[in-house]
Design a protein around this ligand. Structure first.
Ligand SMILES: *[C@@H]1O[C@H](CO)[C@@H](O)[C@H](O)[C@H]1NC(C)=O
Ligand SMILES: *[C@@H]1O[C@H](CO)[C@@H](O)[C@H](O)[C@H]1NC(C)=O
Ligand SMILES: *[C@@H]1O[C@H](CO)[C@@H](O)[C@H](O)[C@H]1NC(C)=O
Ligand SMILES: *[C@@H]1O[C@H](CO)[C@@H](O)[C@H](O)[C@H]1NC(C)=O
Ligand SMILES: *[C@@H]1O[C@H](CO)[C@@H](O)[C@H](O)[C@H]1NC(C)=O
Ligand SMILES: *[C@@H]1O[C@H](CO)[C@@H](O)[C@H](O)[C@H]1NC(C)=O
Ligand SMILES: *[C@@H]1O[C@H](CO)[C@@H](O)[C@H](O)[C@H]1NC(C)=O
Ligand SMILES: *[C@@H]1O[C@H](CO)[C@@H](O)[C@H](O)[C@H]1NC(C)=O
Length: 763
């Protein structure tokens, strides 16, 4: 599920087995077709073709199926190449099912830029919400009218349209006139399911069908079956729904980050597979439909920028002023594991919240302890006998456990994974158990129970040993707020540097992603009691960067509503330079292991929407700036054209020094003598008028940072000033990343504009 299946095109794998033995069949076998994504240069479109669609389909028709292919045609091989999608907004080109021979012919067509086989996407769910200080009285919510008039396109697994989160109550009647989308009918989905909240729903299945020709899709429409898309889209812009909970936990009012924005869903993830060609088609349509923000909680691992459908499609989005917010991935905590590390998108990491789900344990001696539980019911555990002995304590055998009296609560030692112990205790049909572990990632609580820390366990075991009839009571369905420290970087959140472009610090920002409550599909079990009682819930807790990304997408929607003239780079800059590097104990944010978290894990820090509304200074970037960056890479003209789609850009001013609100300097084991990397930056004053800023720098350990000038004076709003920053650094024999920051502090004002600095090994 989490790794991209970088398959060889089928003809290669077949030939390894078949061509060797069956030489004469070679031609026939080459008729086996694979889906390719093909980039074209539209300036080659002949006059005779009226539209790009017409041009592409005549090219594909002219490729002419292999003459030997009828031999195998009976075995479900198509005899002619077929066009799946034509793309025009995100990409110039199409996807088509082609044989190797047809692909070779295609490469000779005028206007051919590049082609690569379809890829599968990674979904960023592991499991996890919202303490972002959004409030009705001040800050970004009232300033943006809660995101009114903004349309968010969610490219995901579709939507459960009946969910309360997608009802239209409270939404203004006038859908923005730029909206060109539609509510597409399909299996169990008719157009009357859309409304003033859910304004669009479309689905893209040609890639998944081409890859699985014999499969019948379980739900051939925009209806969500997996739950991922319903969860992410309600997190961005779900309507207000009172009194929801996850089986009694996290009770309260559900609402998206931008509760008055409209939602349009583009289903590209299927139970049967997740393909780049469908993802491209979804983003292409979202741009054409007129969305303002695209939220995409999926990514493609280990692909170069010019073959990454999200990198390619998001360039077109950026040119049109559409903000694309994406998930960093769940492959942490190792460095260099991140996806969507694309210079022109927002890349979002996941952190925890100040909320915990608990069961309070009261021992017979009156001692109370707080454990972690999500047992999905109010089980009665009152003065139950508490058992701790050698026979049971591994909790790895239901046979042994069933020797305990059925009303007992057993204590399970730390020797065995809690996930397995829960299974054994459930199978033994005991009243419940207390598990000892530092981790709360334990799967479903199928039996009543709670997880306690090894330190608390010591007190419990001591009590049991010293008591003749030890007992325990457990209270379930408790939710506590104010957990400290929070946020922490989630262990799983993928870390930079970005494999596809390490010279820009990624991820950009962290948002809540751990145990986030949002809408879900009623058809999937999200709780189990015993071995065979499956429970559904309309709102569930999930964790992952899939859940953090839509929080940032929601903030982008609010900022876009408050500042309609800001570019995607300006919106990203506002979020990054105002992000909070401190946790709720006012110390630097920590990683899951309680070490200080590096910007390679959390970017600029925890997203702070109210401060992002008024950042003081902005680091802007134009499409040409990104092209200058692309020109500085070792890419061919066609690789660049696959991304930019246009010859109009100037490729003769290469620069890898993008005007980005963060800094990264890389070293390898050749960097033994100290080295200096210099960055140039331009900041725009978006404060109310004249302002003066002074720099304050904290150098990463073992390096020196110089900023020139140290004071920036602005006489007017929108005035620009530039500065340079140099890092003098060397090789770190421990191979560690070190980090610091610069902060531009306004004199006689409230703005502080912060950028992290990282010195990192090359990964
Ligand atoms: C659309 O579906 C809803 C619910 O399934 C149903 O009540 C309604 O009659 C359908 N409308 C049309 C036009 O088919
Ligand atoms: C599709 O089904 C046919 C007939 O059942 C079978 O021969 C063929 O191998 C299948 N193709 C794939 C790609 O599974
Ligand atoms: C259960 O755990 C104990 C102690 O760790 C071990 O000796 C025993 O082999 C385990 N039993 C099973 C069935 O894995
Ligand atoms: C659990 O956490 C404590 C305190 O943080 C630590 O000392 C101990 O080594 C941890 N145990 C495990 C098994 O990780
Ligand atoms: C640049 O690309 C060429 C051709 O693709 C390759 O041979 C060369 O090694 C690359 N150089 C670097 C520095 O990556
Ligand atoms: C492209 O940029 C270079 C360097 O900035 C400049 O000299 C040249 O005139 C530009 N070319 C075009 C066609 O604008
Ligand atoms: C530097 O790293 C490379 C690749 O990891 C390795 O092959 C090489 O031996 C290293 N050189 C030194 C001097 O450590
Ligand atoms: C700036 O801070 C001062 C003191 O904390 C406060 O009174 C004032 O309202 C703030 N101004 C703005 C624009 O937030």
């Amino acid at each position: 599920m989490d790794t991209v299946n970088h398959r060889l095109p089928l003809p290669y794998t077949l030939c390894i087995i078949a061509c060797f033995f069956l030489g004469p069949l070679e031609n026939a076998i080459s008729a086996e077709r694979t889906t390719y994504i093909v980039h074209m240069d539209k300036s080659f479109k002949p006059e005779s073709s009226t539209t790009h669609k017409h041009w592409y389909s005549s090219i594909v028709d002219s490729l002419n199926g292999d003459t030997h292919s009828s031999f195998l045609a009976g075995r479900s091989l198509t005899t002619t190449p077929s066009l799946l999608y034509t793309y025009d907004d995100a990409v110039h080109g199409f996807s088509a099912s082609l044989s190797l021979e047809e692909l070779e012919n295609l490469k000779k067509s005028p206007g051919f830029v590049s082609a690569y086989s379809d890829k599968t996407a990674t979904v960023d769910t592991t499991h996890t919400t919202d303490f972002l200080s959004l409030n009705p009285s001040t800050g970004l919510w009232p300033a943006s009218n809660y995101g009114e008039d903004i349309i968010v396109g969610v490219v995901d697994s579709g939507v459960w349209p009946e969910s309360e989160s997608f009802k239209g109550h409270g939404m203004t009647a006038k859908i923005p006139s730029k909206w060109k989308g539609t509510c597409e009918e399909g299996q169990e989905f008719n157009a009357s399911l859309c409304n003033l909240k859910l304004i669009g729903a479309r689905y893209f299945n040609k890639g998944v069908i081409a890859a699985n020709p014999n499969t019948t899709l379980t739900m051939n429409s925009a209806r969500d079956t997996g739950g991922h898309g319903t969860h992410t889209s309600s997190t961005v812009a779900g309507n207000y729904v009172d009194d929801v909970s996850f089986f009694g936990y996290a009770e309260g009012t559900a609402r998206g980050v931008a509760p008055r924005s409209r939602v349009a869903v583009y289903k590209v993830l299927w139970d049967e597979g997740r393909y780049a060609s469908d993802v491209l088609a979804g983003i292409d349509q979202a741009i054409a439909d007129g969305v303002d923000v695209i939220s995409i909680s999926i990514g493609f691992d280990n692909v170069p920028l010019y073959e990454d459908p999200i990198a390619v499609a998001s360039f077109a989005a950026m040119e049109k002023g559409v903000v694309l917010s994406s998930s960093a991935g769940n492959m942490g905590p190792e460095l260099g594991t991140l996806h969507n590390g694309i210079p022109w998108v927002l890349t979002v990491a996941a952190g925890t919240m100040d909320r915990s789900f608990a069961g309070t344990l009261t021992l017979g001696n009156g001692l109370t302890l707080v454990g972690f539980t999500l047992f999905p019911a109010k089980a009665i555990v009152i003065d139950s006998p508490l058992v701790h002995n050698k026979t049971f304590s591994a909790c790895n055998s239901s046979r042994l456990l069933s020797e305990a009296s059925p009303e007992s609560i057993v204590i399970c030692d730390e020797t065995w994974p809690v996930r397995d112990q829960i299974r054994q205790v459930t199978a033994a049909r005991l009243a419940g158990a207390i598990f000892i572990s530092n981790s709360t990632r334990v799967g479903y609580f199928t039996c009543p129970g709670a997880v306690i820390s090894p330190r608390d366990a010591y007190k419990v075991i001591k009590y049991v040993k010293g008591s003749e009839n030890p007992t325990v009571s457990i209270k379930f369905q408790e939710t506590f707020l104010g957990t400290k420290p929070a946020p922490l970087a989630a262990m799983y959140t993928s870390r930079g540097p970005s494999p596809s472009y390490p010279n820009i610090l990624k991820p950009d920002i962290m948002a809540p992603g751990d145990l986030v409550l949002a809408a879900y599909v009623p058809s999937n079990a999200k709780g189990v009691i015993g071995t065979n009682v499956f429970l559904s819930s309309d709102y569930v807790l999930l964790s992952g960067t899939s859940m953090s990304c839509p929080h940032a997408s929601g903030v982008a929607a609010l900022l876009k509503s408050a500042h309609p003239d800001w570019s995607p780079a300006a919106i990203r800059s506002a979020m990054m330079t105002t992000a909070n590097p401190l946790d709720n104990t006012q110390n630097p944010i920590r990683d899951y292991d309680l070490e200080f978290a590096s910007p390679l894990a959390i970017g600029s820090g925890q997203i702070d929407p109210n401060r992002a509304l008024d950042p003081g200074l902005i680091y802007d970037a134009t499409p040409q700036d990104y092209v200058n960056l692309l020109s500085s890479l070792n890419f061919t003209r066609n690789q660049i054209l696959a991304i930019t789609r246009s010859e109009a850009y100037n490729l003769s001013s290469p620069s890898s020094d993008l005007n980005y609100p963060s800094f990264i300097a890389l070293y390898d084991n050749q960097t033994t003598t100290s080295r200096v990397q210099k960055f140039e930056r331009v900041v725009t004053n978006v404060g109310d008028g004249a302002a003066k800023y002074k720099v304050s720098a904290t150098a990463p350990e073992g390096s020196e940072v110089t900023v020139i000038p140290e004071t920036l004076v602005f006489l007017n709003k929108y005035e620009k000033q530039s500065y340079s920053l140099s890092i003098k650094y060397g090789w770190d024999s421990r191979g560690r990343a070190s980090f610091g920051a610069i902060v531009w502090v306004e004199e006689d004002g409230n703005h502080t504009v912060r950028s992290p600095i990282v010195v990192s090994p090359v990964i």
